[in-house]
Ligand binder design. Structure first.
Ligand code: ADP
Ligand code: ASP
Ligand code: MG
Length: 417
């Protein structure tokens, strides 16, 4: 008997028919003797709809109230799924994040989980009940409702698996695993049987929405065995087959691991670039510019500083596009303070990244990447590298093209030898 946390994404619970199928799948695991905790997302499109409603009232919604609204989608699916399970003869009970007590910090719309009280869930499991816990939501120390950032149900699932010391956390979604890149952009993308935790962390942080970055961080920190698999197969699929399907996130490279140099290509559409031009080049400038941006809780990603001969420097960095206007406003204030010439912004950029632990032992990957892009006339605006990834910023109109040509150039559609 194993203890499994199963997270089901929006498409997987997108209709009542699909919710019934999810219940059948869970019933199969229960009847095989496993303990199951289920974490559904809201029905697909629902969280967007709720955020849209909030924006109709306030163009920049009050974040506390936005979380109150946005978290309701999951309350619907836990109830429906618990009903569907009961209709299957499976004992189940729904819980919101605050009923469990998924405690988070108070960063509305991007709260972090600080602790989970798992006692009630353990009691249910011992009594043969399937707890159905709302993903994406929690409660802060003052009793406010919080949400965990878009895609946050993945993190709810993994955090619950960690708290319960589950044998595995299964992320059921609308693709049958982690692919070499988003199969919606490159139909030839190939499913990976395994990917290292380190690579998955990079892929997620560089934009692969198949897993929320924080869920991967959690899995790493608490050594949660994590698998991504399809919810769209026949719910009565043989359990042993299903248990081995999808993509396993592994902690170590083993000898069965595919030996590709590049494991995948990730991209992020919603990026923006800001440049402070003609900043006097002296100590403290980077801090003077980025300090106020960080204080506003805006994540800064790539940073480039170019010194010029006249003792001034241009300072560029990227932020999530949703934070672009706020970041521009902050820089306008900073500009006078640091004595910069101008501030310019571009919110029509994207980031394309290649990821692979094999980069550690292979040279020439970056130059091959740059050559491939140049052959297509794609201008690279920024570059950043780490041991296992190379990222470039390009005009957003080249996103699909860049991903496709790189996928082909690095033979990612071919099974590695
Ligand atoms: P869910 O609602 O189940 O959480 P998401 O839409 O958040 O599903 O994540 C699944 C989607 O992630 C897929 O439909 C796919 O388009 C996208 N995706 C992006 N990169 C990858 C990748 N490397 N492998 C698989 N899917 C990916
Ligand atoms: N429903 C939330 C969202 O759309 C959480 C999730 O799907 O993981 O972002
Ligand atoms: Mg998701």
């Amino acid at each position: 008997m194993a203890l499994i946390v199963q997270k089901y994404g929006g498409t997987s619970v997108g209709t009542t028919e699909r919710i019934r199928n999810v219940a059948r799948r869970i019933a199969k695991w229960r009847r095989a003797g496993h303990q199951v905790v289920v974490v559904p997302s809201a029905m697909s499109g629902e969280t967007n709809r709720l955020i849209g409603l909030a924006r109709e009232i306030q163009s920049e919604p009050d974040l506390r109230e936005l979380d109150v609204v946005a978290s309701t989608g999951e309350q619907v699916t836990i109830g429906l799924l618990a009903m569907a399970l009961k209709a299957q003869g499976i004992e189940a009970r729904s819980y919101t994040g605050w009923q469990v007590r998924v405690v988070t910090d108070s960063a509305f719309t991007k709260a972090r989980i600080q602790g989970i009280d798992e006692h009630r869930l353990r009691a249910d499991l011992a009594a043969g009940i399937v707890p159905v816990v709302a993903g994406f939501q929690g409660i802060d120390g003052d009793g406010n409702v919080t949400t965990l950032g878009r895609g946050g149900s993945d993190t709810s699932g993994v955090a619950l698996a960690a708290a319960l010391k589950a044998d595995e956390c299964q992320i059921f979604t609308d693709v049958d695993g982690v692919y070499t890149t988003d199969p919606r952009i490159v139909p030839e993308a190939r499913r990976l049987r395994q990917i290292t935790f380190e690579e998955m962390l990079e892929m997620a942080s560089l934009g692969s929405k198949v897993l929320q970055i924080r869920s991967v961080e959690f899995a790493g920190k608490y050594q949660v065995r994590l698998r991504v698999l399809s919810s769209l197969t026949d719910p009565d699929l043989d359990l042993d087959t299903e248990a081995k399907s999808g993509t396993l996130i592994t902690f170590e490279e083993d000898e069965h691991m595919e030996q590709a140099v590049i494991s995948g290509i990730a991209f992020a559409r919603d990026e923006a670039k800001l440049t402070v031009m003609g900043v006097p080049d002296r100590p403290g400038v980077a801090y003077a510019i980025l300090g106020p941006v960080a204080d506003a809780n805006i994540d800064v990603d790539m940073i480039i500083q170019n010194a010029s001969v006249d003792g001034s420097t241009d300072f560029s960095f990227t932020v999530p596009r949703g934070d672009f206007n706020r970041a521009m406003a902050i820089l306008e204030q900073v500009r006078t303070h640091v004595g910069a010439r101008a501030v310019v912004g571009d919110n029509r950029i994207c980031k394309v990244s290649m990821v692979g632990v094999g980069m550690r032992s292979h040279v020439g990957i970056a130059s091959r990447m740059f050559r491939t892009l140049s052959e297509e006339g794609i201008n690279i605006q920024m570059i950043s590298t780490s041991e296992i990834k190379i990222s470039v910023v390009v005009d957003e109109k080249y996103l699909e093209l860049a991903v496709r040509v790189l996928h082909r150039a690095f033979d990612l559609d071919q099974q590695p030898a």
